[in-house]
Design a protein around this ligand. Structure first.
Ligand code: SAH
Ligand code: SF4
Ligand code: F3S
Length: 442
């Protein structure tokens, strides 16, 4: 039985693809191993969203080829870098045996069969099979209790800085009937939480709506949310939401269904209308804030997270101050902050990258302070309250502590034994640190 080691970079879509790759290979008689040294096949599922992410691939291939154990292993590159670079990767980095694009993951076994270490290189950047299967076997999921369920692939938005529409292709929504079927099955298997995933989940537009007709909602996505809630699965989270397509009916659905978790990830990217326009985000500060007001008005205390880029071409100090102002207004419960990184192939690559590296760092640090402050406040607000936490695993620090997320997607550590794993427990919050809450089972 050939042993395969699979390493995943990037977003949840890549994690989900890797789960599928592992499922297919296992069914084909391969063994998936967590030990790189013993593997005969090494697969790197790559991300290319920022330059740093792409460099990781070259570093990893260098390490693999230098290591004594893996010198003769077969190396396959999957994911977004594979899709974008195609065969040019063979010249950029020695030691790659095959390249498999983002839509070709279902043909992983054929790729392995068609390449030979150091002799025959193979590339497949083709389209998905007509009727592909999203099936992930139970023990290839990243968690026994949580499952990622892709509902829409690709992206049509073409924000000027972003490579994703090129690496993932056009938006394609999965049929509601198969999504619901899958979730009912997961529920039977004992999965407690599903994450509906996609680059822009709320742009969901399935080919046929019939499965959704029984559910109300202003958009197919809010109908899907209600249909998924009706499956009775204990918890539903979804990400990422695209501000322009964020209908406030999503908040109404969260208010109606207890199992729709009170967390929304809504990347704003900038607080300046001028920059939002050159980013081609399709939303203004004003209409973003209207959505935030609706989210904040929910009686369920919906937590709110975002992504922000600093140092986009043309961003002046005044533009940046507007981003600071927006962050202060929104009081995000958490945020991912990035320095702009020019990506070849995107429209913004042709714009002068005119904010100096020092200035990007200075803005990053200044904004980070504001974001940290609101994040800490948000955690402090939970002190002495009780949160429902899914016990997902052992804390990295101590075997006596379990860790998991609340419904509002905050990380909570609490003292408890193995027998609680996979259960949703009430935890009384007693302490908070920078990113994490601590508490006791009630
Ligand atoms: N579909 C999601 C996120 C896609 S990528 C959305 O529309 O929000 C995840 C995050 O990476 C983005 O939200 C953005 O903040 C960041 N990002 C994408 N391209 C980038 C670039 N060229 N430089 C810096 N950050 C970037
Ligand atoms: Fe990229 Fe914009 Fe699509 Fe998000 S919506 S993946 S940022 S192009
Ligand atoms: Fe990265 Fe591709 Fe996801 S570029 S963020 S792995 S869609």
């Amino acid at each position: 039985m050939k042993k395969v080691y699979l390493e995943t970079f990037g977003c949840q879509m890549n994690v989900s693809d890797s789960e599928r790759v592992a499922t297919i290979l296992e069914a084909d008689g391969f063994e998936i191993t967590p030990f790189e040294d013993s593997a005969e096949i090494i697969l790197l599922n790559t991300c290319s969203v920022r330059e740093k992410a792409e460099h990781k691939l070259y570093t990893r291939i260098g390490q693999i080829r230098k290591s004594k154990q893996n010198k003769s292993a077969m190396v396959g590159v999957l994911g977004c870098v594979a899709q974008l670079e195609g065969e040019t990767l063979f010249n950029k980095s020695e030691g790659i045996d095959f390249i498999l694009g983002t839509k070709a993951v279902g043909r992983i076994a054929r790729a392995i069969e068609n390449s030979k270490v150091g002799q025959k290189q193979f590339v497949d950047l083709g389209e998905r099979e007509e009727n592909y299967d999203w099936f992930v076997s139970e023990h290839q999921r990243h968690s026994p209790f949580i499952s990622f369920v892709p509902i829409i692939e690709g992206c049509n938005k073409f924000c000027t800085y972003c490579i994703v529409p090129f690496s993932r292709g056009r938006e394609k929504s999965l049929p509601a009937s198969s999504i619901i079927k899958e979730i009912l099955k997961l529920r039977q298997e004992g999965v407690k939480e599903v994450h509906l995933i996609g680059q822009n989940v709320n742009s969901y537009r399935p080919p046929t709506d019939s499965r959704l007709e029984d559910f109300k909602g202003a958009t197919p996505f809010s109908r899907l949310l209600r249909a998924v809630a009706a499956t009775g699965i204990e918890r539903i989270k979804f990400a990422t939401s695209f501000p322009r397509d964020f209908h406030t009916d999503i908040v109404d659905a969260i208010n109606e269904f207890e199992n729709l978790c009170n967390w929304v990830h809504l990347p704003v990217q900038s607080g300046s209308d001028k920059i939002l326009k050159t980013m081609r985000r399709g939303h203004t500060v004003d209409n973003y804030l209207k959505r935030i007001d609706k989210i904040r008005s929910s009686p369920r205390q919906i937590s709110l997270s975002t992504d922000i880029i600093v140092g986009f071409p043309g961003e002046t100090d005044a533009d940046f101050r507007e981003t600071l102002k927006l962050a202060e207004y929104c009081r995000f419960d958490s945020a991912y902050l990035f320095k702009y990184s020019p990506r070849p192939g995107t429209p913004a690559f042709a714009m002068p990258d005119d904010v100096s590296a020092e200035e990007k760092t200075a803005r990053f640090l200044e904004l980070e302070k504001v974001l940290r402050h609101s994040q800490f406040n948000s955690l402090q607000n939970e002190l002495n309250k009780s949160l429902e936490v899914l016990a997902e695993g052992f804390s990295s620090k101590s075997k006596e502590f379990l860790t998991g997320h609340s419904k509002c997607h905050k990380i909570v550590n609490f003292e408890a034994g193995e027998s609680f794993l996979g259960q949703i427990v009430n935890v009384q919050i007693t302490e908070c640190k920078t990113n994490t809450l601590f508490g006791k089972i009630m």
